[in-house]
Design a protein around this ligand. Structure first.
Ligand SMILES: Cc1cc2nc3c(=O)[nH]c(=O)nc-3n(C[C@H](O)[C@H](O)[C@H](O)COP(=O)(O)O)c2cc1C
Length: 204
C-alpha cells in the first residue's frame, strides 16, 4: 500500500485550503493510506540558521520530517499570499529540508524524486495560480516530481455545496484526473477505470 501525505498549508481555524485538503483526502481512492499533516503537529519558530542545530527545535522537526520522508507522494494545499506561498508553508519546508543538510548521514532529502501535487484555494478570483508557481519552484528545487496537473479553487468561500463537495463539476472532474495521475506516478495504486468512473459519478 502506498502512503500519501497531504499538507494543508494554513494555520487559520476556518481555512479554505484545509477544507480542500480534507476533501482531497476523502476522495483519493485507491490502495493508499492518507496522512493529513495538521498545523497542531507543526510548531516551528521562524527559521533562523543560527537556530538550526538547536536540539529542542530539532526534536520538534524530526516527527514532521518523518511524515514527509515516509510518504510515497505529497499533496500541498497552500493559500496564495501576495502572489506567493503562505509563510507557514515556506517556514515548515525550510526547517524540514535542513535535517538532510545538517546530518546527511542520518537524514535523506525527504522531497527527492517524490511525486508531488499542488493545490490552492483562494477567497478571490485567482484560485492561487501565482502561489502555485512559487510552490512549483520551491519543490522542483528540492527535487520533487511536481505534477503538471494542479488544482486552483477560486472564490472558495462559496465553492461548496451543502454536502461539502465542490459545486463546480469541472473542478471535481479535473481533481479526479489530477489525483489519478498522482496515484499512477506513485506506483501500482492508481484508481481502476471503473473506480474512477464510480467516484466521479458519485459527485454529480
Ligand atoms: C497576507 C495575505 C495575503 C493574501 N494574498 C492573496 C493573494 O495574493 N491572492 C489571493 O487570491 N488571495 C490572497 N489573500 C486572501 C486569501 O486567499 C484568503 O485569506 C484565504 O482565506 C487564505 O486561505 P486559508 O483560508 O486557507 O487560510 C491574502 C490574504 C492574506 C492574509
Amino acid at each position: 500500500m502506498k502512503h500519501i501525505l497531504i499538507f494543508p498549508a494554513s494555520q487559520r481555524h476556518d481555512s479554505i485550503n484545509r477544507k480542500l485538503a480534507v476533501w482531497l483526502a476523502q476522495h483519493l481512492i485507491g490502495n493508499v493510506s492518507i496522512d493529513v499533516l495538521e498545523s497542531n503537529s507543526v510548531d516551528f519558530p521562524l527559521f533562523n540558521q543560527d537556530l538550526e542545530t538547536d536540539s529542542e527545535i530539532i526534536r520538534k522537526i524530526i516527527p514532521v520530517y518523518n511524515r514527509f520522508n515516509t510518504a510515497d507522494a505529497i499533496v500541498i494545499v497552500s493559500p496564495e499570499y501576495n502572489g506567493s506561498v503562505s509563510p507557514y508553508l515556506k517556514n515548515s519546508v525550510d526547517w524540514v529540508s535542513r535535517l538532510s543538510r545538517i546530518a546527511p548521514d542520518q537524514y535523506l532529502n525527504p522531497f527527492q524524486e517524490k511525486p508531488l501535487m499542488l493545490a490552492s484555494a483562494t477567497a478571490g478570483a485567482s484560485g492561487g495560480i501565482l502561489g502555485l508557481q512559487a510552490a512549483r519552484q520551491i519543490f522542483s528545487f528540492l527535487g520533487s516530481v511536481v505534477l503538471a496537473e494542479q488544482l486552483c479553487m477560486p472564490r472558495a468561500n462559496a465553492a461548496w455545496d451543502s454536502e461539502s463537495n465542490p459545486r463546480d463539476s469541472e473542478f471535481v472532474e479535473w481533481a479526479y484526473h489530477a489525483m489519478n495521475r498522482l496515484l499512477t506516478l506513485t506506483g501500482p495504486s492508481s484508481m481502476s477505470d471503473e473506480t474512477f468512473e464510480l467516484a466521479l459519478a458519485s459527485n454529480f
